[in-house]
Structures are given as C-alpha cells and as structure tokens.
Design a protein around this ligand. Structure first.
Ligand code: IDP
Ligand code: MG
Length: 140
C-alpha cells in the first residue's frame, strides 16, 4: 500500500533566489499538506549521510558542496500516494527533461541545482523524515 507522506527539500539555489514562496504555493495547490517544516543549513557530514546512496557517483562531491552552500527548507508532506504524486509534481531530475508545469521545469537552473528534492520510495520517505525530524516536530 502506498504511504501517505513524503519528504522534500527546497534546495539552496531556490531558497537563495526567493523561490520558497512560489514553490510552497505550488505544493499547496497540488493538495499536499505540510506536516513538518524547518529551515536548516546542512553540515557536510549531514549531507554526505543524507545522500549516502550516491557516494560513488561522479556528481557526489559537487552535490554535497551545493547542498551545504546555504540554508534549505526541509519538510514532510502529507497526501494520498504522496511519494509518487510528489515526484510527478516536481518532474524529472534534469530540468531539460521535466514536463511543463512541474516545479523543476519552472525553478531548476541545472541538473544539480534542480530546486527541490522528493523521496523516491516510502522506505526512503520514512528514513529521510526521521533524519531531520523528531516525532514531536511532526503534525497531522
Ligand atoms: P532525484 O533528486 O531526482 O531523485 P537523484 O538521481 O537521486 O535524483 O540525484 C540526487 C541529486 O543529485 C539530484 O536531485 C541532483 O541535485 C544531483 N544530481 C543527480 N544527477 C546529477 C548529475 O548528473 N550531475 C549533477 N548533479 C546531479
Ligand atoms: Mg533521488
């Protein structure tokens, strides 16, 4: 059965350029409810641990540098079939391949600086939400 929450990050490039509000508006309009949210600046160790599955990829070092380059908004979002529906809303990793009207199509500036993160499975949504939030920081 599909889970009812996913985990998202508004990435440094989007926060830095004032896109947090417009991105949250799109998330809201798509019917996702915010269960938890905070602004954090990830340490290198945190980012390396969060993206551990990618540690052997050529883009890993650049990704860690980017994700620690400024504050981000981390959040838990509630919605039916949340993981899959949120991946549809954000679009493909590479904004050049993202569908029109998706968050990445509108706000990504490159494959790396692609504005938002969305969990790719229920298992990872749970792991990622637990990475940033305690039970008492989560609502709904
Ligand atoms: P996803 O965010 O769509 O799930 P992943 O393959 O899990 O994509 O990659 C994690 C993040 O790493 C991407 O969102 C992007 O910021 C960065 N990334 C992925 N592939 C590349 C690449 O080929 N070059 C540079 N950065 C990349
Ligand atoms: Mg991923």
């Amino acid at each position: 059965m599909a889970g009812n929450f996913t985990f998202s990050i508004i990435k440094p490039n989007a926060v830095r350029t004032g896109k947090t509000g417009p991105i949250l508006a799109m998330i809201n309009e798509a019917g996702f409810e915010i269960s938890a949210m905070k602004m954090v600046r990830m340490t290198t160790l945190q980012a390396e641990s969060f993206y551990e599955v990618h540690k052997r990829k050529s883009f890993f070092e650049g990704l860690i540098e980017f994700m620690t380059s400024g504050p981000v908004f981390v959040m838990v979002l509630k919605h039916e079939n949340a993981v899959e529906d949120f991946r549809k809303l954000i679009g493909a990793t590479d904004p050049a391949k993202a569908e029109p009207g998706t968050i990445r199509k509108m706000f990504a500036v490159s494959v790396q600086m692609n504005a938002v993160h969305g969990s790719d499975s229920d298992e990872n949504a749970a792991r990622e939400a637990d990475f940033f939030f305690t039970a008492s920081e989560r609502f709904l």
